[in-house]
Ligand binder design. Structure first.
Ligand SMILES: C[S@@+](CC[C@H](N)C(=O)[O-])C[C@H]1O[C@@H](n2cnc3c(N)ncnc32)[C@H](O)[C@@H]1O
Length: 197
């Protein structure tokens, strides 16, 4: 029962499903991006989902996040399919190779648990990164955005993401928001799909 009310799990379920469907349709290695690698949980999930012929690009502004993710993926034996960039995700368009088309881009906003809470994602740079993610999203691909409201600036960032989603061209893109209806301060998941236009 708990699993249906856990938006982090919902994000993995949805992104994993999309990656499986695209891998079946395309039959070659997929590319995915983790826009905020943190402790590496989402990067590891993506690296396992894209398989041995796939590639995952990961961004984080903190050296300790890059190292933690390197270790996490290395220990799981998938480090060779992960490229980590110690840079802000707002530089995604500049730093990723021109030919990258992403089947999935994951954002887990906010701060790194257990680290400096002042190093936190910001609406202005998050929306630049979201624009870049949208430009490199493959037809049939998905962007997941986990947004938090409890920390200072979190509500504003969540609102910026909601506003960004609301402005997307429909029906080329479809954006959904998931969250606890009776706990508005709980984290929100936004899923954006690119449809075949
Ligand atoms: C909630 S944590 C990510 C958790 C991670 N996905 C995981 O699975 O462990 C948010 C991360 O965003 C990073 N961050 C903050 N500003 C950033 C930016 N402009 N670009 C990329 N990462 C950023 C923080 O350093 C932090 O590690």
């Amino acid at each position: 029962m708990e699993r249906y009310f856990d938006v982090l799990r919902l994000a993995h379920d949805a992104v994993g499903r999309v990656l499986r469907d695209l891998a079946e349709a395309r039959g070659d290695g997929l590319c995915a991006v983790d826009a905020t690698v943190g402790n590496g949980h989402d990067t590891l999930f993506l690296a396992q989902a894209v398989g041995p012929r796939g590639r995952v690009y990961g961004f984080d502004v903190q050296e300790r996040a890059i190292k933690a993710t390197q270790n996490c993926c290395g220990e799981a034996g998938v480090g060779d399919r992960v490229t980590l960039l110690h840079a802000g995700h707002e530089r995604m368009a500049e730093l990723l190779p021109d030919d990258v088309t992403a089947a999935a881009v994951m954002f887990n906003l906010g701060y790194l648990p257990g680290a400096d809470k002042s190093v936190v994602t910001q609406p202005a740079t998050t929306t630049v990164a979201l624009d870049a993610a949208l430009s490199l999203l493959a037809p049939g691909g998905v962007i997941s955005i986990m947004a938090y409201t409890a920390h200072p600036g979190g509500s504003e960032e969540t609102e910026a993401v909601r506003h960004w989603c609301a402005g997307l061209n429909h029906p080329l893109f479809k954006a959904m928001e998931y969250g606890m209806a009776n706990c508005p301060e709980a984290k929100r998941l936004f899923l954006v799909g690119r449809f075949h236009g």
